[in-house]
Design a protein around this ligand. Sequence first.
Ligand SMILES: C[S@@+](CC[C@H](N)C(=O)[O-])C[C@H]1O[C@@H](n2cnc3c(N)ncnc32)[C@H](O)[C@@H]1O
Length: 276
Amino acid sequence: MTTVGYVHGYSAHETRRLGDQADTLAQLLHAGTTYPAGSRVLEVGCGTGAQTVHLATSSPDAHFVAVDVSDASLAQARSRVAARAPWAQVDWVRADLHDLPFADAEFDHLFVCFVLEHLPDPARALAGLRRVLRPGGTVTVIEGDHGSALFHPDSSYAHAVIGHQVRLQSAAGGNALLGRQLQPLLTGADYADVVVEPRTMYADDTRPTLVDGFTRNTFIAMVESVRDEALAAGLTNRADWDRGIADLHRTAADGGTFLYTFFKAVAVNPGAGRPS
Ligand SMILES: C[S@@+](CC[C@H](N)C(=O)[O-])C[C@H]1O[C@@H](n2cnc3c(N)ncnc32)[C@H](O)[C@@H]1O
């Protein structure tokens, strides 16, 4: 089963990109996320297990259940975690997050990273997920927001290719500008105590690991992957596309800089006594 509207697809290139992204950003995104020994944590939309490895590293004694709609991704996730976090306690389940095969309040915590941005109705998804979270349990949601990309040298061509990716993701039913909406989404889905932290990734010559791992292998790779779709949709022409990508690569070359903000939200399921 594949996910309708998952703009990035399930290619080997995408698997590598998600792995690079998770490894490069692990400290930035996972700082502050640890779960007590014995707690039951549901990772929603685990993909190829890129975040699962870091979850299990930070919380080696928690018990994880990781779900995704893609069988192929789950198989890769299982291998990745077996190789990189062999101590991890993870059950792998193929399921649609809108129709989870779990009892009410079965989990102490939920973790949802880079998933809502691909869903046509993230508000409905968050409200539905609350069913499997026990009262008092937390949900952690992490999303990017492509509107937050700032770079040097600046280039209208580079901004244009990012805009094409945003439009294509939107046409596929998603939203690449979702990070800024996490607080109203969670509040609207009846979660309480919503706290959103912007977490900014900044790369320049003094941080070559981030230039490579994030600017080049995560962000530019993601934009590059929609080239054929952008051309086929008539959003751009080859010359403008190539210029935009070349200009993005200049931000990862000597003297270039790149900044991008992720949004990390934590909220609580207030249970039956939630505020009206
Ligand atoms: C961008 S990937 C993120 C994977 C992982 N969370 C990470 O950060 O590396 C989005 C994942 O959400 C999954 N997904 C999308 N819609 C889903 C749904 N309705 N139910 C379960 N998983 C879904 C996709 O199959 C894909 O693996």
